[in-house]
Design a binder for this molecule. Structure first.
Ligand code: C2E
Ligand code: CA
Ligand code: CA
Length: 675
């Protein structure tokens, strides 16, 4: 049977069933929600619908030009009636027969036509006398996507607009059923609260979603009783975006592990909880050894891959028992709480070492990295996450210094040492500002004539409280803090001034200056040295730069270029402490070097070191370098040097390093113009 004939059949049944109602003065009609058609109407509604005959009205296809919001609303009624066939609603309706608005108070309810057929029975009660404002606001209420509802103060529903009805799981849902969080209910019961605003989770037909709600205390216009007017907007999408943003802010994008932000909030919470239970825990700081090598040799993609793999291994080790995070770079954190026993804790660390050092295949190559691990325990080593991180970090550095691929516990001594280093660095910084450094000079003497032929500039620190401090006590701190670059320039300037002054006095000797690797690697080194030489009118040909073997270790192009540029400026290059470093004699010819300084340790034990000295000397001869022996303390040592190919020496035997004025006096005693 086609639709039209089945509708006609239903209309005929209805006409019979409702014939008594034809006499009513109120307009009454039956609306077919499935087909948007009027199935039956009494005489009075013809006027409302501005129809000439019932046939014409029943023939109208109202769905054709229906707005989306009206059809949504009609769907909602259908759902309402399906849920509760006895539901009755009263709403102010404005209809537009032939485009003209007609407004009525309509009471509508369900009428069943068959097992699967629920239609809507509509009674136009009165033509409303409400003003334009009211009419419009009623319409707005019916059409808005904001959920608006009115509840009695006991929480019973009094009214819901269609939007609100579309989401409540059942029509008799009470306010108590609505909110997931009991906190909102508590606030609603508080007589001091008149308006509550919150973003909270609520129960809906679609499950639990997030609503932005405003609840306002008011009166029900019908009963006059206290009530809550609640308006709600679904903000789940916004909330999801926000949660995603928060995830991004608190996680590392590469490994998806929690990051530093996360650690400072959530690790602290976990620590607090453990401490509250009077238990203890441990924070483990993991740093990969030689990660930089992987990055440098295999590239950053391989480096990333390695980090992801290590993160995955640590994650599977941690499972749900420990918290894990990546601090950035190759640093990871593990929070173990509470600790069951010392053995348990140490076995975890052994496992970390094992999983991290398992080989990884990167770019077709098998690579192995090992971890250095530092541990801080709480509450013993602190209770605040930042403090614990600092302490675990210190312990990790200690593990690295003492051989890597191992773990170390934080101790008071470690923090004392770190603290005194920090104090030292800040003292050094002000010492530079206050000119507390003085350059000393140690004579370099000709082995054959015992005349001074040069001097090495060596820095001293005139500490206001401690007196004179030797470089051994502060050069390392200067290197680690980067201060060495600035200090090196101060010494270099003093050396240039000394060179010029003594030359002007007729002592044209060569001054050598130590260059730390860090200073050597400075981009602007060559220009800066030249500027100083120019400013103080020194002679670069009489200035020698002492570098260590470690500078040459990389064999890279830029090192060779830089050395050539320095030599082109006139400077000579010496290799300091020769023999103690990497002693790769083969590279000597690749660099523009003119001098080797044999380290003091060989001179000290000259008997046993003879073969090495022989080798060094043979090399020096081959490449036409001159050789300086360092640390000559006894006449016997000097005597032996006579048997070697060694042109110069330096040592306490001749003179200790001394200040500028004493050296000037020494020069006039010992310097002879070479014949
Ligand atoms: P170095 O460059 O090997 O300097 C030689 C060191 O041996 C100097 O120690 C010197 O006083 C000492 N010495 C010389 N003759 C003898 C001797 O016969 N017996 C003994 N036992 N020692 C002798 P100093 O002045 O304490 O300097 C230590 C180190 O500090 C230097 O070793 C150098 O590496 C570094 N240093 C000193 N001044 C500077 C500087 O201005 N810049 C840089 N980068 N490093 C510097
Ligand atoms: Ca030196
Ligand atoms: Ca030396």
């Amino acid at each position: 049977m086609n639709l039209e004939s089945s509708l006609a059949e239903e209309a005929a049944v209805l006409a019979q069933r409702l014939s008594e109602l034809d006499r009513l003065q109120h307009p009454v009609w039956v609306f077919d929600l499935d087909n948007s058609r009027i199935l039956w109407s009494n005489e009075s509604s013809l006027h409302v619908w501005q129809a000439d005959t019932k046939e014409e009205l029943l023939g109208r296809k109202m769905g054709t030009d229906m707005s989306v919001s009206v059809s949504k609303r009609l769907n909602q009624y259908k759902t309402d009636f399906t849920r509760d066939e006895n539901a009755r609603f009263t709403e102010i309706w404005t209809m537009y027969p032939n485009g003209e608005p007609v407004t009525l108070n309509v009471v509508f309810s369900a009428i069943r036509l068959g097992p699967d057929r629920l239609c809507m029975f509509c009674e136009g009660v009165t033509e409303t006398t409400a003003g334009a404002e009211t009419l419009r606001s009623c319409e707005a209420l019916l059409h808005t996507s904001v959920h608006i509802s009115l509840y009695s103060s006991a929480g019973d529903p009094l009214y819901r607009n269609p939007s609100s009805r579309s989401v409540v799981p059942s029509a008799d849902n009470k306010l108590q059923d609505h909110f997931v969080s009991k906190e909102i209910l508590r606030q609603l019961q508080d007589p001091k609260e008149d308006e509550i605003q919150a973003i909270t989770s609520v129960n809906t037909v679609n499950g639990v979603v997030w609503h932005d709600i405003t609840a306002r205390r008011c009166r029900d216009v019908v009963s006059g009783e206290a009530a809550w007017l609640i308006s709600e907007v679904d903000v789940s999408k916004l909330k999801a975006t926000e949660e995603h943003a928060q995830f991004l802010a608190e996680h590392d994008t590469l490994t998806k592990l929690p990051n530093r932000n996360y650690v400072s909030i959530y690790f602290q919470k976990q620590i607090d909880k453990v401490l509250k239970d009077n238990k203890s825990g441990g924070l483990i700081f993991i740093d990969l050894d030689n990660f930089k090598n992987v990055n440098d040799s295999l590239g950053h993609d391989a480096g990333d891959q390695l980090l992801v793999e290590v993160a995955d291994r640590l994650r599977s080790l941690a499972k749900s028992q420990y918290s894990i995070a990546r601090l950035g770079g190759d640093e990871f954190l593990l929070l173990i709480n509470p600790i069951e026993s010392d053995q348990h804790f140490e076995s975890i660390m052994q496992q970390i070492i094992n999983v991290v050092s398992m080989p990884i295949t990167l770019e077709g190559r098998e690579v192995q990295v090992t971890p250095s691990i530092g541990v801080a325990m709480y509450p013993n080593n602190g209770t605040q996450i930042l403090e614990l991180m600092r302490h675990a970090d210190l312990a990790m550095y200690h593990a690295k210094e003492t051989g890597k691929n191992d773990f170390a516990y934080f101790s008071k001594e470690l923090s004392d040492a770190a603290e005194s280093k920090m104090t030292l660095v800040s003292e050094l910084r002000s010492a530079l500002k206050d000119d507390q450094f003085e350059t000393y000079f140690q004579p370099r003497v000709s082995v054959s004539s015992n005349n001074i032929v040069g001097a090495e500039a060596l820095v001293r620190w005139n500490h206001p409280a401690k007196g004179q401090v030797q470089p051994g006590d502060f050069i390392t701190a200067c290197e680690e803090s980067g201060l060495i670059a600035e200090l090196g320039k101060v010494v270099f300037r003093d050396a240039v001034v000394a060179q010029r002054t003594w030359a002007e006095q007729g002592h044209d000797i060569r001054i050598s200056v130590n260059l730390s690797p860090l200073q050597f690697n400075e981009e602007s080194l060559v220009d800066e040295l030249l500027d100083i030489v120019k400013e103080h009118r020194g002679n670069p040909k009489k200035i020698e730069l002492e570098i260590t073997e470690s500078v040459l270790l990389g064999h890279d192009r830029s090192t060779i270029d830089k050395l050539h540029r320095l030599v082109a400026c006139g400077f000579e290059i010496a290799i300091d402490d020769f023999g103690t470093g990497y002693s790769n004699l083969a590279y000597l010819h690749r660099y523009p070097i003119s001098c080797l300084k044999i380290d003091r340790s060989f001179i000290n034990s000259m008997d046993s070191a003879t073969p090495i000295i022989d080798l060094i000397v043979a090399m020096a001869k081959l490449f036409d370098l001159y050789v300086v022996a360092e640390g000559v303390e006894t006449p016997e040592q000097l005597e032996m040097l006579n048997n070697f190919y060694c042109q110069e020496y330096q040592g306490y035997l001749f003179h200790k390093p001394t200040d500028f004025d004493s050296f000037t006096a020494l020069l006039s005693e010992h310097y002879r113009i070479a014949a």
